[in-house]
Design a binder for this molecule. Structure first.
Ligand code: 6PG
Length: 254
């Protein structure tokens, strides 16, 4: 058996039908750990299609009563530059799957203001809100308890797309990239903030992700080429939840 190099991050390969429940349980456990450690928890939500089923599970029994959601502050890892009621809005997805069902027990949530004068102004305003709400870590950037991240077929995560050179403005909390696939502006937290979180959970589901999962987890391409690979800077705090479809090309994880 080939000597497996020491991996500091963990990989949970889960059957599709158990995937959302397994991730929801990890979120509950991590939030409760933070709440017992420092009285509250800060959670950054991922957008896209995969997390909706997970958010729905968090908003209904049994999990809805396993966390004191009033002690949780929630943010967005990225947002599309559209109105909050637009079908592409991550806020709309989170509101429908999680906030509305939670009702009065809803957490404090801080959406991106996509009515600002420009995406750059929206990113700057979001950074100010976050800095006002969250304590800074050692490197002076806000320190989140849990960062949920998806991964696109192209290896992007949040809205950090392959080859993006604008993301790495030291000290900035959020920036305003453009999605190269549709030329739509986005707002995204910066790599420094994303990968500085206390805990990072990647949520990757579906056969279409299998090639990219192999490249990121078993390849050696740069974080600029595959932004999801930057997690290796934070490996000891990272857990990958991958369903068996997305994991099918992996050879180093049984
Ligand atoms: C977004 C996301 C993005 C997403 C990946 C995976 O706003 O689109 O934050 O980074 O997580 O594109 O998306 P799916 O879950 O839809 O495959």
């Amino acid at each position: 058996m080939e000597q497996q190099e020491e991996k500091k991050y963990s990989v949970e390969i889960v059957e599709p039908k158990l995937f959302s429940g397994a991730v929801a349980d990890e979120i509950v456990a991590t939030l409760n750990e933070a709440i017992s450690e420092h009285g509250r928890a800060s959670l950054v939500l991922s957008g896209g299609k995969t997390p909706g089923a997970i958010y729905r599970l968090l908003a209904v029994p049994p999990r809805v009563s396993e966390v004191d959601w009033t002690k949780v502050s929630m943010y967005f890892g990225d947002e599309r530059w559209v109105p909050k009621d637009d079908v592409q809005s991550n806020f709309k997805m989170v509101n429908e799957t999680f906030l509305a069902p939670l009702g009065a027990r809803a957490p404090k949530i801080f959406p991106v203001d996509t009515t600002a004068s420009s995406p750059a102004a929206g990113a700057a305003a979001y950074g100010k809100i976050i800095k006002a709400q969250e304590p800074a870590g050692a490197d002076g950037v806000p320190l989140f308890d849990l960062m949920l991240l998806g991964m696109g077929d192209d290896g992007h995560t949040a809205s950090i797309f392959p080859g993006d050179k604008t993301a790495h403005v030291a000290g900035e909390v959020a920036f305003a990239p453009t999605n190269p696939h549709d030329n739509l502006p986005r707002i995204s937290l910066t790599p420094q903030v994303i990968f500085g979180a206390r805990r990072i959970v990647f949520i990757v589901k579906g056969d279409t992700k299998a090639d990219m999962v192999k490249r990121v987890l078993e390849g050696s391409e740069s974080a600029e080429a595959l932004p999801a690979a930057r997690f290796k800077d934070a490996a000891s705090r990272v857990t990958w939840f991958i369903d068996s479809g997305a994991a099918k090309n992996l050879t180093q994880y049984k």
